[in-house]
Design a protein around this ligand. Structure first.
Ligand code: 6PG
Length: 471
């Protein structure tokens, strides 16, 4: 018997994606270096599914229909290259390999070229939604080879999440655009998680809210205009009890955050191609700072002064923190989307921004009702360089900006760390300022290094012999 699809890598994500594909009526074979994972593949399958585990790469390749359509769900980096080295000699012209992991886009470019030299198609495809999403409907970001994409499209549309009956998958652009869009998705994910953690801190330390009260606040937020996956899971987290101690689990978790690299790549990329995404940068560096646990303990003892003045009106404070979180989140999306606009030019990806926000509306970690508004904005103007330049978005921003200022001010005056909130506000203020004080920086650069400057009143490049009081 032959199978239409193949999956290499039967870890949590690969396995769930495989079942999702099989659930939608496509036959699929699986392979993993770990024999146990192959053997247990049948356990999660229903009798209707056409699923087959294979014991060797040779068996795997031989049971697939041609052109073969092989999805890789293995950790990014060396494991992907290792699989490709092993499988290349077994493939035939026209076969398609789809990397569905969080691979670095430059690696994908290299692999596309390598496989193309053997007349094989290679595609980078972002998949978001975690374990559950993979099983029931993720957001899927394919890019690259158009021919291969069209062959896969019906399957991708069947397995993806749906919003208003539309599948959360679309062609994200040329080359490694699929991986790039997923990378930026993760950068935005980092920023939003940072902002939510700060809102939590402000409500907890600033207004003394306990976990029950926090649960109610997040429940209310999630029931309104802040409805989103990350707010929803945060709501649930405040209810979870620890099985070991019967305390709230969130209070038992050490305050050191891990990271696997996609956030860092987003920041590196933004620096590389010259895009300002400070809220994403700060989210990456905050996770780094969180790891200095011992130093933070030492420093907190050295600088104990933090007397917090509770807000006069708790209800109002909660509302303001909510609005601040909403707006800072919007600003984080704006930064990430602006990075995609620039990257699209820089790497000739031709990323359709309208489709990006459309397919992020469901299935992925950063899905939120806010994306509906971005979708409307890009539908009106697909070439919008920054979402903050849209009229309707501007109206929304104006309705919340006061709360963002008040919340940032409260955090600053009470010594509650709020790097994400401060940076979102700082970005907004800089972005919306007609004349920045950077004229002075240019003067300094020209003063000490003859780096030259441009003028406001005439064309050209100028240099001055600046007069010094010292000689
Ligand atoms: C998703 C997630 C997923 C994963 C990231 C983030 O969209 O489903 O983004 O890809 O959670 O790897 O991981 P780190 O926080 O560990 O960097």
């Amino acid at each position: 018997e032959r199978y239409t699809y193949g999956m290499i890598g039967l870890g949590v994500m690969g396995r769930n994606l495989l079942y999702n594909i099989a659930d939608n009526g496509f036959s699929i074979a699986g392979f993993d270096l770990d024999e146990e994972k192959v053997k247990s593949l049948h356990e999660g399958a229903t009798s209707e599914m056409k699923v087959q585990g294979t014991a060797s790469l040779e068996d795997f390749v031989s049971v697939l229909e041609t052109p073969r359509k092989i999805i890789l769900m293995v950790p990014a980096g060396k494991p992907v290259d290792a699989v490709l080295e092993n499988i290349k000699p077994l493939l035939s012209e026209g076969d398609i390999v789809i990397d569905a992991g969080n691979s670095y886009f430059e690696d994908t470019n290299r692999r596309i070229a390598d496989l193309a030299s053997k007349n094989l198609h290679f595609m980078g495809m972002g998949v978001s939604g975690g374990e559950k999403g993979a099983r029931t409907g993720p957001s899927i970001m394919p890019g690259g080879d158009q021919e291969a994409f069209h062959l896969l499209k019906p399957m991708l549309e069947a397995i993806a999440a749906k919003v208003d009956n539309e599948a959360c998958t679309a062609y994200m652009g040329k080359g490694s655009a699929g991986n790039y869009v997923k990378m930026v998705h993760n950068g935005i994910e980092y920023a939003i998680m940072q902002l939510i953690s700060e809102a939590y801190d402000l409500l907890k330390k600033g207004a003394n809210l306990n976990n029950d009260q926090l649960y109610k606040v997040f429940r209310e937020w999630n029931n309104g205009e802040m409805n989103s996956f990350l707010i929803e899971i945060t709501r649930d987290i405040f209810q979870e009890k620890d099985s070991l101690t019967d305390q709230y689990l969130v209070d038992m978790i050490l305050d050191k955050a891990g990271a696997k690299g996609t956030g860092k790549w987003t920041s590196e990329q933004a620096m590389e191609i010259g895009v300002s995404i400070p809220t994403i940068d700060i989210a990456v560096t905050s996770r780094i700072l969180s790891a200095y646990k011992e130093e933070r303990v030492q420093a907190s003892q050295l600088y104990t002064e933090k007397e917090i003045t509770a807000p006069e009106n708790t209800e109002l404070f909660i509302q303001e923190v909510g609005e601040a979180l909403y707006l800072a989140t919007l600003i984080s999306y704006a930064q990430g989307l602006a990075l995609l606009v620039k990257a699209s030019e820089e790497y000739s990806f031709q990323i359709p921004l309208k489709d990006v926000v459309k397919i992020w509306r469901g299935g992925c970690i950063i899905r939120s009702v806010l994306l509906e508004k971005f979708y409307t904005a890009y539908s009106r103007n697909p070439d919008l360089s920054n979402i903050l330049l849209d009229q309707d978005i501007a109206g929304l921003v104006k309705s919340k900006i006061k709360s963002l200022r008040k919340t940032a001010g409260f955090a600053a005056s009470n010594g509650i760390s709020s790097l994400g909130i401060q940076t979102a506000l700082g970005y907004f203020d800089a972005y919306t300022t007609e004349s920045l004080p950077v004229n002075l920086i240019q003067a300094q650069r020209d003063y000490f290094g003859a780096h030259t400057y441009q003028r406001t009143d005439r064309e050209g490049v100028f240099h001055t012999s600046w007069k010094s009081e010292n000689n």
